[in-house]
Design a protein around this ligand. Structure first.
Ligand SMILES: Nc1ncnc2c1ncn2[C@@H]1O[C@H](COP(=O)(O)OP(=O)(O)O)[C@@H](O)[C@H]1O
Ligand SMILES: [Mg+2]
Length: 394
């Protein structure tokens, strides 16, 4: 299944929603470059895709380096040095993009940003640098020497029509309220909103029930911050406070750590040590559940925070988006699927006087086959969503 953020990624600058003035300015500065362009703003609001779309509009060859992948100035110099001076392979113009520039500002590489600034000042081609926060001290030099463009938060009014358009193209029915809920919960992150829409669209009709979980984004942000603290520090007292803001069940914390630990700790020794601590935490958790030894929570949290933090020999400088456990998502999807089937089975059971267990296992497939030929809605009092679900059941 193709991710919708890819499928609906804007192909031309015009398709990028919002940022009307800023898009105009970007285009103008790329067409008549004077200084490097520093484009900044919150995640998922269209910075990277705007630059791609613009290159496409203007027929420019896009040369991209992602600073998070390279992390030091000399490798950026290596990657860009040639491109900045030589003409394009096919005679077309070029557009140079340095994305996620914050990835460069690690302490190991103090000279990083100024060196990059020096390099790009010599460029014959327009250069766009993308970052999140223009007021980051480390980016001072860059800010001084470039044209700033700020992509502000996409409003909920701007986002809603895009969600509607996607539903139309995907032939999915959607309640206005449900789409509003997704748009509102996104906090201006278009990428997040489209992802949420795609998961909700599992239901083929999107209503408030299908999007109830979406408001959990806040929880997600808090959890991501907590994990960042734990994974990125070697200081136990910082780590120990990491989960203070997270008001989630400890089970969820386990799942989050389990999911993201192997993505962060890539050295086998660190990973082994990390899982050792995770499993110890689990042992204590088992004892809490079995014997209600609630004071063991202290050990659980200590192992999940300081224990995990100290499992690494040294910090990883990678920048990873920590993600919620996919296991939970799968369980949730299975539950939704089951809930539909259960609801349908109960209605069949009520009319036919069979047990709902038998209806669930034996009658549902039969009624589903029947529903493709006969109108069964009235007999069993199915609503349109249930009918649709039945017809699609194979
Ligand atoms: N303003 C926007 N208009 C249309 N689609 C957008 C917009 N912002 C984000 N998206 C969607 O989200 C995806 C990620 O956006 P991206 O440009 O990578 O965000 P950023 O670089 O600002 O973090 C895009 O592929 C696109 O599908
Ligand atoms: Mg980006």
């Amino acid at each position: 299944m193709e991710p919708w953020i890819k499928k609906y990624s804007p192909k031309t600058l015009e398709e990028v929603i919002g940022h009307e003035k800023e898009k105009e300015k970007l285009k103008q500065l790329v067409e008549q470059p004077k200084k490097p362009i520093f484009l900044y703003g919150g995640t998922g609001n269209g910075k990277t895709s705007s630059v791609y779309a613009l290159a496409n509009d203007l027929g420019l060859e896009l040369v991209e380096v992602n600073a998070s992948d390279t992390r030091n100035a000399s490798s950026i110099q290596g990657l860009l040095g040639g491109a900045i001076n030589q003409g394009s392979l096919f005679g077309a113009g070029k557009l140079i993009l340095i994305d996620e520039v914050e990835g460069l500002s690690g302490t190991k590489d103090r000279g990083g940003i100024p060196a990059v600034v020096k390099l790009i000042e010599k460029s014959k081609f327009p250069v766009v640098i993308i970052g999140v926060d223009a007021y980051d001290q480390k980016l001072k030099e860059l800010k001084k020497r470039s044209e700033l463009i700020h992509f502000k938060q996409i409003s909920y009014e701007e986002l809603l029509p895009l969600l509607k358009k996607i539903c139309v193209q995907e032939k999915i029915g959607a309640d206005e309220d449900a789409l509003r809920h997704i748009a509102r919960s996104s906090g201006g992150d278009v990428r997040a909103a489209i992802n949420d829409l795609q998961v909700s669209a599992y239901d083929s009709i999107i209503n408030m029930d299908s999007v109830a979980w979406v408001g959990e984004r806040n929880v997600t942000i808090k959890m991501e911050n907590a994990l960042r603290l734990v994974f990125k520090t070697k200081n136990p007292s910082i780590a120990l406070r990491a989960y203070d803001d997270v008001d989630e069940d400890i089970e969820k914390i386990f799942l989050w750590v389990e999911e993201n630990l192997p993505r962060e700790y890539t050295k086998p020794v660190d990973l082994a040590e990390g899982f050792e601590n995770l499993s110890l935490a689990n042992v204590f958790f088992g004892r809490i559940r079995k014997w209600q030894y609630y004071r063991f929570y202290v050990y659980c949290y200590a192992l999940l925070s300081a224990g995990i933090a100290l499992s690494k020999e040294e910090k990883y400088s990678s920048s990873i988006d920590y993600r919620p456990t996919t296991r939970l998502l799968r369980i949730w999807m299975a539950n939704i699927k089951n809930a539909k089937r259960k609801g349908v089975a109960q209605k069949i059971a009520a009319v036919t006087h069979m047990s709902s267990y038998r209806a669930y296992h034996d009658a549902v497939p039969f009624i589903a086959a029947l529903s493709r030929r006969e109108n069964v809605a009235d007999c069993f009092d199915f609503n349109s969503e249930e009918i649709r679900w039945l017809k699609e059941l194979r």
